[in-house]
Design a protein around this ligand. Structure first.
Ligand code: TYD
Length: 135
C-alpha cells in the first residue's frame, strides 16, 4: 500500500549564527513553485483544510510551533505532527487533508505548484471519494 505520509528532510544550512533552509523548485521541492502562503495566529480549537485538490501539489512546513496533519487517500488515513522547520510534508493531488491542534505560535508555510484556483478544490468528502475511485 502506498505510503501516504511523505516527509521531505530539508537540509540545514545554518551555522553558529543561526538556522537557514533553502527551498528550490524541482530540487528539494518536487515541482515548480508558483505560490507560497502561510497560516498563522490560528485560533484555539480551529481545524482547517477539509478538502482535496484535483491537480495541486503542495509542501507544508511548520516554520514555528506545531500542528497535526491528517492525510486521506480514500482508502486509508494517516497523521503526522509537523513541528520542525526542517521537515516538509509532501501533499500530492487527490489527497484529502485536515489540519488540527495548531499551537498558538504555529506558523505553517505552504509551497504550492499552482496559483490559487477555487475550481481545483474538492470540498465535499463524498465527492472526493467518487473522484479517487475513478483515478
Ligand atoms: P482555504 O483553502 O479554504 O483554507 P484552509 O483549507 O486552509 O482552511 O482558504 C481560505 C480562504 O482564503 C478562501 O476564501 C480562499 C482564500 N485563499 C486565497 O485567496 N488564496 C490562497 O492561496 C489560499 C490558500 C486561500
Amino acid at each position: 500500500m502506498d505510503e501516504l505520509i511523505k516527509i521531505i528532510s530539508l537540509d540545514y544550512l545554518g551555522d553558529d549564527r543561526g538556522g537557514l533552509v533553502s527551498l528550490q523548485s524541482n530540487q528539494n521541492i518536487p515541482f515548480e513553485i508558483k505560490r507560497v502562503y502561510y497560516l498563522f495566529a490560528t485560533q484555539e480549537g480551529v481545524a482547517r483544510g477539509f478538502h482535496a485538490h484535483k491537480e495541486l501539489k503542495q509542501v507544508a512546513i511548520a516554520l514555528h510551533g506545531s500542528c497535526r496533519f491528517i492525510l486521506d487517500d480514500g482508502k486509508q488515513r494517516q497523521e503526522i505532527i509537523l513541528d520542525s522547520p526542517l521537515k516538509g510534508l509532501y501533499i500530492d493531488n487527490n489527497k484529502w487533508r485536515e489540519m488540527h491542534d495548531f499551537s498558538n505560535d504555529c506558523v505553517l508555510v505552504v509551497i504550492a505548484s499552482e496559483h490559487y484556483d477555487e475550481s481545483d478544490y474538492i470540498r465535499d468528502y463524498q465527492d472526493f471519494l467518487k473522484e479517487v475511485i475513478n483515478v
